[in-house]
Design a binder for this molecule. Structure first.
Ligand code: B12
Ligand code: SF4
Ligand code: SF4
Length: 378
């Protein structure tokens, strides 16, 4: 058997050679007292070390996405990143298992603990992961939790995706990050169509005996409306995400009603029906025909390590206009005063141009199905 130091160095090489920009190792005791979603007992009780790694998003693609010059390239970038995260996970798991250690590669995304009444992509709302990559990354020294609640790193801000591996191998832990890269500019709180992140209130938790905080988030169901693309317009009405869809402007305050609204909107979404309701990120990213239709991600991708860049990103978004669905079934951005909302048969309204709104009876249903047919697995 190779020495654990050699294995550790091999793990770093596998991650970095296969596209990760950051990799770190944390000891199990750093997760004592941490939130329950990062308890390694759920997946691998024999865990002694946690390996975390991160891949940054392409910055040109982010800016084209925020400024609404180009939509689908961001999803394509995210898809490639997930493929790399899974490949690195598989390689590291193979290495450690080959050396006789019990090891569990954590799914990069879309795998959740059972929740009552929430077995599929229409009904689940709590979405507690089998293991939380964000908290794990903090415990492995990759970064801190930003005000936006995402992992923030000194090198790339929050614009990174994460994965983790649990193992019974006992390796020397890497140091924790000592300085918080989040300067509390709160730009992340201004870019959400559903005002998800509070600018004043915080929540706190403990990792490795240290206290961390992030901005308090509204109920999860609210986030599912914004992140899920059911409502794209900012409350000021001047810019939107890449979603042309609209739900109620005053979302219910009562959580039961909010959850019912999410489930109703998802039930009418053609991209969550049949087999699609059970797909994991792994199923999606390795299907060559699957298209990622991302509409937001703003609170994460706006946050780069330098404040000047964050301000530029915010400005690009604020000046990017409002997304409409065109007659041809495409999504383009136009100035806010050229937009009209029309009803659909899918719970949501959809934004179209003033001009094209006059003839929606002739083309809307066809354009809506062209829009959703981009996604391949059905
Ligand atoms: C679920 C999820 C979502 C859900 C959010 C719902 C949720 N519950 O968090 C949705 C789909 C809305 C979502 C949106 C986004 N996500 Co997401 N998501 C995840 C996922 C799978 C888990 C996140 C998580 O840890 N949630 C649980 C946390 C928030 O709660 P907690 O404090 O641990 O637990 C609380 C409750 O659950 C409660 N509780 C009560 N009873 C019980 C019982 C038990 C048993 C437990 C355990 C807990 C519990 O206790 C806690 C106290 O409040 C991770 C992948 C992963 N496996 O880590 C990606 C992940 C966090 N997402 C990511 C991203 C980027 C996004 C988006 C930007 C969308 C996008 N373009 O990808 C947005 C950002 C939204 C935001 N501001 O947070 C990245 C973050 C990268 C980074 N730099 O940090 C991740 C890590 C994916 C990845 N592989 O990189 N996401
Ligand atoms: S945008 Fe500003 S406040 Fe928000 S997480 Fe990034 S650095 Fe922190
Ligand atoms: S991804 Fe978009 S909708 Fe979701 S919380 Fe972040 S800013 Fe809000």
């Amino acid at each position: 058997m190779a020495s654990v130091d050699k294995i550790k160095s091999e793990i770093h090489s596998i991650a970095l050679d296969n596209g990760a920009a950051l990799v770190g190792i944390g000891s199990r005791d750093r997760l004592d007292g941490a939130p329950r979603s990062v308890d390694p007992n759920y997946l691998l009780p024999s865990t002694k070390s946690i390996i975390s790694f991160a891949i940054p998003l392409d910055r040109l693609v982010i800016r084209n996405f925020l400024s609404k010059r180009e939509w689908l390239a961001h999803g394509a970038n995210r898809k490639t990143i997930y493929q790399k995260l899974y490949r690195i996970t598989n390689c590291i798991t193979g290495l450690l298992e080959g050396q006789g250690f019990e090891t569990k590669g954590v799914e990069a995304n879309s795998v959740y603990r059972p929740e009552p009444g929430g077995t599929d992509a229409i009904n689940r709302v709590r979405m507690v992961p089998d293991f939380s990559h964000r908290y794990a990354a903090v415990a492995c020294g990759l970064g801190w939790l930003g005000w936006n609640g995402n992992l923030i790193t000194p090198q790339f801000g929050s614009a990174v995706y994460l994965a983790s591996v649990l193992t019974s191998a006992e390796m020397q832990a890497d140091p924790l990050l000592e300085v918080n890269p989040c300067d509390k500019c709160k730009i992340c709180t201004t870019v959400c169509p559903v005002n998800m992140i509070s600018a004043n209130e915080t929540v706190s938790f403990t990792i490795a005996g240290r206290k961390y905080i992030h901005g308090k988030k509204a109920h999860n169901a609210r986030r599912l409306i914004g992140c899920g693309g059911f409502h794209g317009l900012n409350p000021n009405g001047k810019w939107s995400t890449w979603s042309p869809f609209r739900l109620q402007y005053h979302l219910p305050d009562n959580n039961t009603d909010l959850i019912a609204l999410v489930r109703k909107a998802r039930s009418a979404d053609p991209n969550r029906q049949g087999k699609r309701a059970l797909l994991t990120q792994r199923d999606r990213c390795f299907n060559p025909n699957e298209v990622y239709l991302d509409t937001c991600g703003n609170c994460q991708i706006i946050c780069w390590e330098r404040r000047e860049d964050r301000k530029t990103n915010q400005k690009l978004l604020f000046n990017s206009g409002v997304t409409v669905l065109t007659k041809e079934g495409n999504r383009v951005a136009v100035p806010a005063d050229q937009v009209k909302e029309v009803e659909t048969n899918r719970v949501v309204n959809v934004a179209v141009t003033n001009e094209e709104s006059k003839t929606t009876a002739n083309w809307l249903n066809k354009a809506l199905s062209t829009d959703s047919r981009r996604v391949s697995i059905s």
